[in-house]
Design a protein around this ligand. Structure first.
Ligand SMILES: Cc1ncc(COP(=O)(O)O)c(C=O)c1O
Length: 341
């Protein structure tokens, strides 16, 4: 019973069948196939706007290419200290941008403290060319703590972005869980609140390996295809990436899968909230809770898989996915509660 990561979940069968269906005859290579064209059209419909779409196979590539578009080598990228970009990409954004500086920001529950950000920005510039030029704010939605920036917070970020003439990037590795969690539209969550670029994740929510960088700001699309090539992400048989993405958004499958994942997290939360301590609000499909070490050991012995959060020995992360069985959530709940009673 795996609550370790949505990356460990299987491929959704509709998506797998779409790959098999795409495996017929010949198609133009390197992204000039009909599946890739169709995905761009699907995104324009989904987001209700013009956008440039770049199918990719990892979120790290989406984030890094996005940073390269908006941040010069002498620029800086402002992100939360726990951001995947900062903590889990082994310097890829710095590498791809040719040396841009990542400035990590504090903030509760995985969200950048907006007062800190504004204060930081208001003090930049005093050292002239001796300091990196603030260029991009990157936020993660859902955050690494499983929480969500509200639409009001996104609007505040947009005001800061405009005041300091920056670009705004959203790492949406779990974008579907965020849209379901906030109950808003994909458009409201992104370009309508000033998001210039979105790393649109599908892998964690049912795809085999498919992500996309979606750019809403036409000023940021220059040489995007060359940047993808240089990153080693111009997949020759791109139709098998794009066919996954088409099936993912078709008939709102992406939302259906995320609804299930979020619901499973809520079921666990509702059943245990009066007994255990939750470290962060439960707003999507990731749950962080604090348990006595002996309880953690015991539930692990019973066959439940999860991560003990680095830097602690009594905080665990539980990830609920599109493939999490309700019966397994009930078993986990039962196991945790019986150890505590
Ligand atoms: C917040 C976030 N961003 C991006 C990624 C993308 O990572 P990868 O390069 O492994 O696809 C992940 C995956 O764990 C993530 O959690």
């Amino acid at each position: 019973m795996n609550f370790r990561s949505d990356n460990e979940a299987p491929i959704n069968t509709t998506i797998l069948n779409a790959i098999i269906k795409a495996n017929q005859g010949f198609e133009e290579s390197y992204g000039y196939d009909t599946y890739s064209d169709h995905f761009t059209a699907q995104c324009q419909q989904l987001f209700q706007c013009w956008c440039e779409v770049l199918p990719l196979v990892t979120g790290t590539a989406a984030n890094s290419i996005g940073m390269t578009l908006a941040c010069p080598p002498y620029g800086s990228i402002l992100c939360h200290e726990q951001a995947h970009l900062n903590a889990d990409e082994c310097g890829a954004p710095e590498f791809f941008t040719g040396g841009a500086k990542l400035i990590s920001m504090p903030g509760d529950h995985g969200k950048i403290d907006l007062d800190f950000l504004e204060n930081y920005l208001s003090h930049t510039g005093a050292h002239g060319e001796h300091e990196s030029l603030p260029s991009v704010i990157s936020i993660t939605q859902c955050t690494e703590a499983g929480t969500l920036y509200t639409l009001k917070e996104l609007k505040q970020l947009n005001e800061i972005k405009q005041k300091y003439n920056l670009s705004l990037h959203m790492d949406g590795a779990r974008f579907a869980n965020a849209v379901v969690g906030l109950g808003c539209s994909a458009a409201e969550m992104t370009w309508q609140t000033g998001i210039d670029m979105l790393s649109f994740g599908a892998t964690k929510n049912g795809a085999m390996m498919a992500e996309a960088l979606i750019i809403f700001n036409p000023h940021l699309t220059k040489q995007i295809k060359r940047l993808r090539k240089r990153s080693g992400h111009l997949i020759s048989k791109m139709r098998f990436v794009s066919s996954q993405l088409n099936a993912y958004v078709n008939n709102d499958l992406w939302l259906e899968l995320a609804q299930h994942a979020n619901l499973m997290a809520q079921k666990f939360f509702q059943a245990t909230q009066s007994t255990i301590t939750f470290v962060h609000p439960v707003e999507a499909n990731e749950v962080f809770c604090q348990l006595p070490v002996k309880v953690i050991d015991k539930i692990r012995e019973e066959g439940f898989k999860f991560h003990v959060w680095p830097g602690s020995n009594d905080i665990i992360r539980l990830v609920f996915s599109h493939a999490t069985a309700e019966a397994d959530v009930a078993k986990l709940t039962q196991s945790v509660l019986s150890q505590l009673n």
